[in-house]
Structures are given as structure tokens and as C-alpha cells.
Design a protein around this ligand. Structure first.
Ligand code: 3H9
Length: 697
């Protein structure tokens, strides 16, 4: 047998047990083990039925992602599944935890599926740039219809046990111990004369224009991303071809996905998002502090969003603001967001009341005496933050963690306002704080390992991804954003229309274009930060367009006009000829010659500016590894996951090519912005990659 799969006999029921921690992935030894056990059970006359079961915390969570890109080893999953599909004795899959990807595909080849009531079932391959490649695209539509199958495969979100049972993916849902329930099912509820086979079903009828309409529905979510379209093609095959022909189509398209840069990029992010929590000098057994009582200071948009994120995670939250009006505004923001969740059916009114019962409004710092963690989210000004932290130092108990949500300011200066800098950390949330996954943890010179470990766990508690970053201006995300935004600004002056730049970058995969983002965030915000900075380049062109718009009160969506126009309260941007005129005149005044600008130039200048700044951040030691930077950009700035993040993307292009472009831009636009990064130059010269740099750590 194999070291990960065993066979045991319980009367006439044979149990195949997979034990391949942590998630029972279908590694080679598992595939081989299942295949051997099936052969054994087939020839043993005492065996009347078979149960496929997994030890540990979950049913099979999919193919072993670590094996992709390595030489294939027989038997392949497809081979095992066709053995399962033609198996004569009844087989029941006993599902607890998660049955994902190849795991659900395996279960779909069994005659029956019994699931625990808290199990989840899904085909999330799309999140790895793949499609279900072991029959999932052919079997699932035959079981639950084309539309539901497409929603599951293109959304990538698993369904819960109740839904799976209602849709017919599962035959029985149980609260009992799963192995026993599946064995009982195998003994008592099977009609051996009429064993069901998903592959023998026909896909339920659909409307003639179904696929055209479906493609239209998903178009905005899938720009530039190949896997969803290929999934649609597989389901078209499931509807129109025989099972065998459909399987051939699926295999052909699966291979295209598997061997693509897009899938390599998404697999990179999958592992990067798990590696990011590892901090070399903060070992896994570092003590963490309990966080039961949490306080947020400042009830503005950001403070209210942070408070809501914490309420959503089940924590008790005190929201402090200096005046009653501010507090009421904060509470109203939270109630509005919660009511929206209720009306969209995401939660019930009872849940909303329970959440609000954990929110306390306070206007007195003395009430913070028992807080375990305080997050300051007041106006972005050093003087105000220093005042807040010196107050916190006076009222908070020993051991409380004092965090600042600053997006740019020096965390060491903030910590110096207290007598306990080891307890001070930056917790930089991204707007809207209750939605965005990213949380930058800004490490000050004296922040303790315990505070870092507790903050990492806190990020997980909020279902966010915590990334530890160093204390430089803008930290990792916003520091890189400066270069990206600067190129956008220069391109505007040089003659590229805002809607052209935005379209090129969104077609490339960015969630939004930089000009639409500026209008959404508010052009006054960046303007104020630039006014406070003393280290900006002495260049009259630098962020000139954004400054002019802000000076004219064109702050973006909130004033109905920014770089775009928003009529009648709409969020839909339209081109404003006044702005085009204004940019043209300003370019003339500054002596910038306007010209036709191609799509490639827009992408290269904006994206390579990110890569160059990322390289500098790495060489200065403000990020632990290149993949952490990718995690920041994929989760906080809408960088397309199918490009893996800026640093992985640069590796994919080849650092020699990136460096060559950087040199070209330096010559054309000056070394002030495109100055060399020693790290990038060295890697380009030696044929290295940012990724390998991390592996050598
Ligand atoms: C597929 O099936 C293709 C087929 O259609 C066709 C094939 C021909 N492989 O997330 P966690 C590791 S594609 C290898 O922290 P959780 C993970 O790296 C696959 N390793 O735990 C981590 O390792 P480490 C479709 C895997 O409890 C550890 O397990 N399936 C795999 O928060 C714990 O992971 C998926 O896409 C894997 N498949 O969440 C499911 N999965 O400790 C992907 C996990 O060294 N997995 N690891 O950092 C998940 O969504 C989550 O891991 C899961 C558990 C929900 C299962």
C-alpha cells in the first residue's frame, strides 16, 4: 500500500482512508494509494461497498499544487478517476472539512456523497488560473446544470453543505460523525441495481443564447484573464458533445492553463500569501497577547471602517472621538454599512443588532484603561498623532498595544511620544477598511516580537492578510504608488487622455485605472500629503495635473468633478473637455510637448516604475521578500492576480528586459525618477530573479 492511503474492512464495507496532512492533497503517493486500494477492494469478494474517507481536518482539498510544473508521475489523477468511474461496487465519499478542486472531482466519481453539515464543496481552480482538469467541467454541469456549475467554477467560491445537498451534489447531509454516517449510508441506503453515474447524465436544457449572455455577465470581472473563458468553453462542450469528447476538450484547455504564466502567477500568490506571515526573527512560538477589548480613536470614514471590520470579527469595540457629533457620524456610517449588508441578504437583522451591541461610543480617554489594543485613526498630521499617543501612554494599561493607522508617517516618531515604543506598531488599513484584505504592519525600530506576532494573529482574526513592512515614507504600498501615480501624471501632461490611460491599465488587468482611483479616493487627500512633504522633487511638472484639480476644488466623486465629471450623483465617470483643455494649456506653459502615446508605453512606464521602487525597497530592507510586495499590491491596490504582483511580473518578463527599459526611460526622462537600482542591475546582469533572491534567504 502507500504511506498515505490505507484500506480497512468493517464487515462488508471497505474503508479507504487518505492521511496526507495538512489538507490531504492528491500527491503522487495518494493517487497511487487510492488506485492500489481500489484494485484490492475490487478483487476481495467480502467487500460489498467502499467508503472513501480522509483522516485529519479535511476531505481532499485538491491536486497537490506543489507538483505543478514538475515531471508528471503515474498514475495521473485522471487515470485514478477513470478507475473510480468504472468501479463496479458502490462507493460513497465521506466528506468533512473542504472538498475542493480535484477533491470534489474525486467525490463526483463516487456513486454517492455524504457530507458533514459544516463541510464546504467547491471547484476553486480558477483562483489558481486553472480550470477543473479531472472531469469537473464535464461532471458538475451534468449534476447541477450549466449555470450553477459555471457560477461555482468561475466564482471559485465553495458552497455549503446545505446548498450542496439541495442542488444534488450531495446525497445526504449529516451532523453525525462522518465516517460512521457514510458507512451506515453504504450499508442501508444503496440500491445496487441502480447505481448513479454522473458521467451518464445529460446536462439539463438551457436557453439558446445562454452562453452569450453568460459571457456578457462576467466580462467586466475577467478582462485579460484566460481561465474563465476556457471554463465557459468546457461547459459549452459538456452541453453539446459526448462525455468523452468533452473530457478531451477539458484536457486540452486545462493544459493551456496549467502551462501559462497566468497560472504560475496565481500559484505564486497562493504560496506568497501563506509565507508572508513568517517573520524570521519572530518565531512561530512567540507569545501572543490576548485581544478582547479593542478601541478605535477617530470616528471618520477610516475609523468607522476599522471599527466595523473588528465588529465583523466578533470583537468588542469602543469608538472614541473628541466630540459627540463625530461619534454620531461614525455610528451612522457603521449602521449604514451593516444595513446595506442586511438588505443584500449577506446577514440578518438579528446579527446586525448583535454586532451593534458590541459597539460602545466614548469621548473620554480614561475609558481606554482596559483596552488590549488601541488603533488610532485620526487626521494624518504628526502633531496630532503625537498628542494622541502621549495621551494613550498616560491612560492605557501596561501591555496594551498602541497602533497607528498612519498611511505615511514615521512610526518611530509616533512611538517616541510614549514611554513604551516596544508596544507601538503601525496597522495600516486600506479603504474601505471593512472590505480590503490587506493590512500593512509597520515595524518600528523598537517594536517587540510579541507585538508583531499578536498583530499578525489580529490580521488573521479580521480575515485580512498581514504584511510586515519597514518604516519608510509610505511604507511599501504607498511608497510604490508614488512612482506609478507620477508616471500617470506625466503621461497626462504629455498628451494621453485620462480615459485612455485608465482603459489601457484596466484592460491589462488593474482593478481600476489610476485616474478613476484618484477621483474615488479624493484628490484633496494626496494634495494635502504633498503639501506637508518637504522631500518632493523640485519639478513644476510633478503631480501638476492633480494639484491643479485639487486647487480648483475638483476633489473627485465627492464633489461631482475631479479629473472626470460625475453627473447627478452618478459614480460613472465621463470625460470633461474642460479638463482636457486645462491639461493642454498647462503642458504648453510648462514646455511639455504633447504627442500620441501608445498602449505599451503606458504599461511599461506605470508598471516598471512600480518594479523599480519595489527593487529599492528590497535593497533598503523595508520588505522581507519580493513576494511580500506582490501580496501588498495584489490585495491592497487591485494589481491583477493573474500577473502575480509587480515583482513576479518583472521576473516573468525577464529582469534584463525590465532593466533595459528602465535605462531607456532614464535617458529619455531623466535619472531623477529612473535612477538605477543596484539590485535590479545586478539581477539583470546575472540572469537572476526577485523570486530566487527569496529562496536563497
Ligand atoms: C486542482 O485540484 C486541479 C484539478 O482540478 C486537476 C488536476 C489534474 N496543494 O491555506 P492553509 C498547503 S488545483 C498543496 O494555510 P487553511 C498550504 O500551502 C487545487 N499544498 O490552511 C499550507 O502549507 P504551509 C484546487 C496545499 O486551513 C497548508 O496546506 N484546490 C494545498 O486556512 C495549509 O493551508 C485548491 O485550490 C494544495 N492543494 O485552508 C485549494 N492546499 O503550512 C487550495 C493547501 O506549508 N487550498 N496547501 O504554508 C485552500 O484553499 C486552503 O488551503 C484550505 C485550507 C481551504 C484547503
Amino acid at each position: 500500500m502507500s504511506e498515505t492511503v490505507s484500506l480497512s474492512l468493517h464487515g462488508q464495507v471497505a474503508v479507504i482512508t487518505i492521511d496526507n496532512p495538512p489538507v490531504n492533497a492528491l500527491s503522487h503517493s495518494v493517487r497511487k494509494g487510492i488506485s492500489d486500494c481500489l484494485a484490492e477492494a475490487a478483487k476481495d469478494d467480502n467487500v460489498k461497498t467502499v467508503v472513501l474517507y480522509c483522516a485529519g481536518r479535511t476531505f481532499i482539498a485538491g491536486a497537490d499544487i506543489r507538483e505543478f510544473g514538475k515531471p508528471p508521475q503515474s498514475p495521473s489523477l485522471r487515470e485514478v478517476l477513470s478507475q473510480l468511474d468504472s468501479f463496479r461496487k458502490p462507493i460513497v465519499a465521506a466528506i468533512h472539512g473542504t472538498a475542493l478542486g480535484g477533491g470534489l472531482e474525486t467525490a463526483l466519481c463516487c456513486h454517492y456523497r455524504v457530507v458533514n453539515s459544516d463541510a464546504k464543496l467547491g471547484l476553486p481552480e480558477v483562483k489558481l488560473g486553472l480550470l477543473p482538469g479531472s472531469g469537473g467541467t464535464q461532471r458538475l454541469p451534468r449534476l447541477i446544470g450549466a449555470e450553477r456549475a459555471l457560477d461555482m467554477m468561475i466564482g471559485g467560491k465553495p458552497v455549503d453543505a446545505t446548498t450542496a445537498t439541495a442542488w444534488g451534489i450531495s446525497d445526504e447531509c449529516t451532523d453525525d460523525e462522518i465516517l460512521q454516517a457514510a458507512m451506515d449510508f453504504a450499508k442501508n441506503k444503496i440500491d445496487v441495481e441502480k447505481l448513479p453515474r454522473v458521467s451518464a447524465n445529460k446536462v439539463a436544457d438551457i436557453e439558446d443564447d445562454f452562453f452569450a449572455a453568460y459571457r456578457k455577465k462576467i466580462a467586466h470581472r475577467t478582462r485579460g484573464f484566460a481561465a474563465p473563458e476556457r471554463i465557459v468553453q468546457c461547459v459549452e462542450a459538456a452541453v453539446s458533445l459526448s462525455f468523452e469528447e468533452g473530457m478531451r476538450k477539458e484536457r486540452e484547455l486545462f493544459r493551456l492553463c496549467r502551462d501559462s504564466d497566468q497560472s504560475a502567477s496565481m500559484r505564486h500568490l497562493f504560496f506568497a500569501e501563506r509565507q508572508v506571515a513568517r517573520v524570521p526573527d519572530v518565531p512561530a512560538d512567540t507569545q501572543v497577547r490576548e485581544i478582547d477589548n479593542l478601541a478605535v480613536i477617530g470616528a471618520g470614514t477610516m475609523g468607522a471602517g476599522i471599527a466595523l471590520a473588528c465588529l465583523n470579527a466578533g470583537l468588542n469595540v469602543s469608538l472614541l472621538d473628541k466630540d459627540r457629533q463625530g461619534l454620531e457620524r461614525g455610528q451612522a456610517t457603521i449602521e449604514k454599512l451593516l444595513s446595506a449588508a442586511v438588505s443584500k441578504g449577506r446577514q440578518t437583522a438579528t446579527q446586525m443588532r448583535e454586532q451593534l451591541s458590541r459597539l460602545e461610543l466614548i469621548d473620554d480617554y480614561q475609558a481606554l484603561a482596559d483596552a488590549d489594543l488601541v488603533i488610532e485613526a485620526v487626521f494624518e498630521s504628526m502633531a496630532i498623532k503625537e498628542e494622541v499617543f502621549s495621551m494613550l501612554d498616560k491612560v492605557c494599561r501596561d501591555g496594551a498595544i498602541l497602533a497607528s493607522n498612519t498611511s505615511t508617517l514615521d512610526i518611530d516618531r509616533i512611538a517616541a511620544a510614549t514611554s513604551r515604543p516596544a508596544d507601538v506598531i503601525g496597522l495600516h488599513f486600506f479603504s474601505p477598511a471593512n472590505i480590503m484584505k490587506l493590512l500593512e504592519l509597520v515595524r518600528g525600530a523598537e517594536t517587540s516580537a510579541e507585538v508583531i506576532a499578536t498583530s499578525m494573529r489580529f490580521a488573521r482574526q479580521l480575515s485580512k492578510i498581514g504584511v510586515l513592512v519597514g518604516n519608510c515614507f509610505g511604507f511599501v504600498g504607498n511608497r510604490m504608488l508614488y512612482g506609478y501615480g507620477r508616471e500617470n501624471q506625466f503621461l497626462l501632461l504629455e498628451g494621453a487622455a485620462p480615459e485612455h490611460i485608465d482603459k489601457v491599465l484596466t484592460d491589462w488587468g488593474m482593478a481600476m485605472g489610476p485616474n478613476a482611483v484618484g477621483d474615488l479616493a479624493g484628490l484633496d487627500v494626496g494634495y494635502k500629503v504633498r503639501q506637508e512633504r518637504t522631500d518632493l522633487p523640485a519639478d513644476s511638472r510633478y503631480y501638476r495635473v492633480a494639484d491643479m484639480l485639487a486647487e480648483q476644488g475638483r476633489y473627485g466623486q465627492k464633489t461631482g468633478r475631479g479629473i472626470y465629471l460625475y453627473t447627478d450623483g452618478s459614480r460613472k465617470p465621463t470625460t470633461d473637455p474642460e479638463v482636457s483643455d486645462m491639461i493642454r494649456q498647462e503642458a504648453k506653459r510648462l514646455g511639455v510637448e504633447q504627442r500620441e502615446i501608445g498602449n505599451d508605453e503606458i504599461i511599461e512606464r506605470c508598471i516598471y516604475a512600480l518594479v523599480l521602487e519595489g527593487a529599492r525597497i528590497l535593497e533598503e530592507g523595508f520588505a522581507q521578500r519580493a513576494s511580500d510586495i506582490d501580496v501588498v499590491w495584489a490585495n491592497g491596490y487591485g494589481f491583477p492576480r493573474f500577473r502575480g504582483g509587480p515583482m513576479f511580473y518583472a521576473d516573468t518578463i525577464g529582469l534584463d528586459k525590465v532593466d533595459e527599459a528602465v535605462c531607456r526611460f532614464r535617458e529619455r526622462f531623466g535619472s531623477q525618477y529612473w535612477s538605477a537600482s543596484e539590485l535590479l542591475e545586478r539581477l539583470a546582469r546575472d540572469g537572476g530573479t526577485f523570486g530566487n533572491l527569496a529562496n536563497k534567504e
